[in-house]
Design a protein around this ligand. Structure first.
Ligand SMILES: [Zn+2]
Ligand SMILES: [Zn+2]
Length: 217
């Protein structure tokens, strides 16, 4: 999970946006799905959702909620199946009508539910306009700097691990001879003006170099 995703998952307040995603989520009582879409979108590459998958995920929640509201008790996989029958062009008209009739019989308004489905374009606008705005507001410049410093330190740690492993391998192969090797990686930011050196974190804490800045040079 990325830092962005982590901070979206944090204890931040629920997103209340006026776009279709937000208003449908409110109407169906879908909890914090508006924010969840952002988390699923920004999460690590392998399990990251595409916009289409996000729209399907959201719409399935709508179907699920409508079914529960009508007193139905969908079984495992049933919501996905009903959603597929309602939306998939490939599914036969017969099966679609059957699914619609069953929902109508139970008291679900299929037309209303369909109207409340969002497209992947709507999801995209929600992510860009509503969540981005929210995210910018929550992460002031200071926490953004902190996140970047964390990123530098993670990188430093990775270099250390790689060097460690390489040296160990060379030792095992008999190409290096050192009893207990341990890599040490330091990252310093040099002020070319006065020669002072800072670790990224030191710089974060003091946010400037001590050397006098001549503004009118
Ligand atoms: Zn929105
Ligand atoms: Zn300086």
């Amino acid at each position: 999970m990325t830092d962005e995703a982590a901070s979206l998952r944090g204890p931040s307040p629920r997103v209340h946006c006026g776009c279709k995603v937000g208003s449908v989520a409110d109407r169906y009582g879908l909890g914090d799905v508006s924010r969840e879409l952002g988390v699923l979108w920004t999460t690590d590459e392998e399990d990251r959702y595409s916009l289409r998958e996000l729209a399907d995920h959201f719409n399935q929640r709508v179907v699920e909620s409508a079914m529960f509201d009508a007193g139905m008790n969908p079984l495992e996989g049933e919501v996905e199946n009903v959603y597929r029958l309602l939306t998939d062009e490939e599914s036969s008209a017969g099966h679609r009508v059957q699914a619609e009739n069953r929902l109508e019989f139970e008291g679900v308004s299929v037309a209303e539910v369909r109207d409340d489905f969002v497209t992947h374009q709507t999801v995209y606008r929600h992510l860009k306009n509503c969540l981005e705005a929210e995210y910018e507001r929550e992460t002031g410049p200071s926490s953004r700097v902190e996140r970047d410093v964390d990123r530098i330190e993670a990188l430093r740690n990775r270099i250390r691990v790689i060097v460690d492993e390489t040296v160990r391998r060379l030792c095992d192969a008999g190409l290096f001879s050192i009893t207990s090797p341990s890599a040490y990686v330091e990252i310093r930011i040099l002020c070319e003006e006065c020669g002072a050196r800072y670790s990224p974190r030191e710089l974060l804490e003091r946010d400037r170099c001590d050397c006098p800045v001549e503004l009118d040079r």
